[in-house]
Ligand binder design. Sequence first.
Ligand SMILES: [Zn+2]
Length: 385
Amino acid sequence: MSSNDLSFAGFSGSPGANLPALRGHNTALVLGLLRAAGEEGVSRLELAAHTGLTPQAVSKITARLRAEGLAAEAGRRASTGGKPATVLRLVPGARHAVGLHLDRDELTAVLTDLAGEAVAVRRTPLAFEAGAEQVLATTAREVTALRARAGGSPVLGVGAACPGPLDHTTGVLHRITGAPRWDGFPLRDALAARLGLPVVLDKDTNAAALGLAQDLPQAAGSFGYLHLGTGLGAGLVLGGSLYRGPRTGAGEFGHQTVQWDGPRCGCGRRGCIEALCLAAVARGDLPAAARALGVGAANLVELLDIDRVLLGGRTVLDHPDPFLDGVTEALTDLARTRGATGAGGPVPVALARGGARAVADGAAELVLAPLFGARGPGLRGGPGA
Ligand SMILES: [Zn+2]
C-alpha cells in the first residue's frame, strides 16, 4: 500500500466522490469501532455485533487490517461462548495525518496518529494577507519538518483550515474579511500540488467543530462552537454531524447584523456581531465583547435548539472567564424568558477542548474522520489521486 492509497477506507480521492465500495464502507465501520475501543480493544464477535456484519466478513476485514499493520492483537479475554476471545486494537502509529491552522498571523501545524493524538506540533508566524506564495512556502517548510517526525509511517493527507468563507467541496476561497486578495484562489489544489499529498480544505470553525464532535456519542448531540480570534465564526454540529450547508457557507456567525446602524464591519456591512465584539476587545472592554458574543449565542440557541455552546479562539483563551460569564448570563436570561428552567435549565457553556490547538487538531480530523466511518467528501489532489 502506497503512502497515498486511501482505498482501504473506500476513497478514490477523485472529485465527484464515487459511492465508496461496500468493502471500504465496512472496513471504515470496523476501523471506527477499533478507534473508539482504544487500548482496550474489541473482539471480532463484538465487531460483528456492532456492525451487523457476519463473523466471517469481520474476520476477512480484520485479517486485511492486520496485514496492513493497522490492527494488532491486544490479548485475550473471557467470552460467554467458552473459549477466550482474541481482542484487536487499532495501531495508532501505523499512519499519520497533518492538520494545519492557517490563521491571519500564525500557522499551527500538527502531526497526529490514527487516534487523532498529536505526535508533533509546530507554530510559526504567517502573513496570511500577504498572499499565496508566502503562505505556500511557509506551509511546505512546516509540513516537511513534521513528516520527518512520522517515523517512516505513511502520512495519509493534510487537512487545512483557514478563515472563511470558502467552498469546502471545490477547495476555493471566497472573500475573506481582511484578506480579499484570496477571493477565488484554489487553495486546496495549490497546497496539494506543493505538498505532494492529498489535501482537504475547510473553515477553521468547521475543522474545530469536527474535532470536538469526536467526543460525542455516535450520531447524537448538537453544539455550536464559537471561535473568537482575529475574527468571529461558528462551527455547527447538528444531530452528531458537522453542518456545512449546501454551499458549505454555514456558520458565518460573526456577520449577523445585531445593530443595523452600528459600526462598519470589515465585511462591508454595518453592525455585525464581529465588528461589535472586536471593537470592544480593542478598547479593553471584555464584558461588552462577551455581551455581544452572548447575544449571538442566544440567537443561535433560539434558532437551532442546540445542546451546548463551546467557546474557543485566541481572544477567548486569553481571557476565558469574562467570556464564559457573559455568554452564560445571556443563555440564562434566554432560559428565564422562555420558562425553560424547569426543562433542563439554560444551555450550558464551556471552553472547547484543545485550547490553542483546537483548529489544527480538528483539521487533522478532516483527513481521519472519513477513514473511520464519518461521512465526508474525501481527499482531493496529490499524486495518484
Ligand atoms: Zn460583517
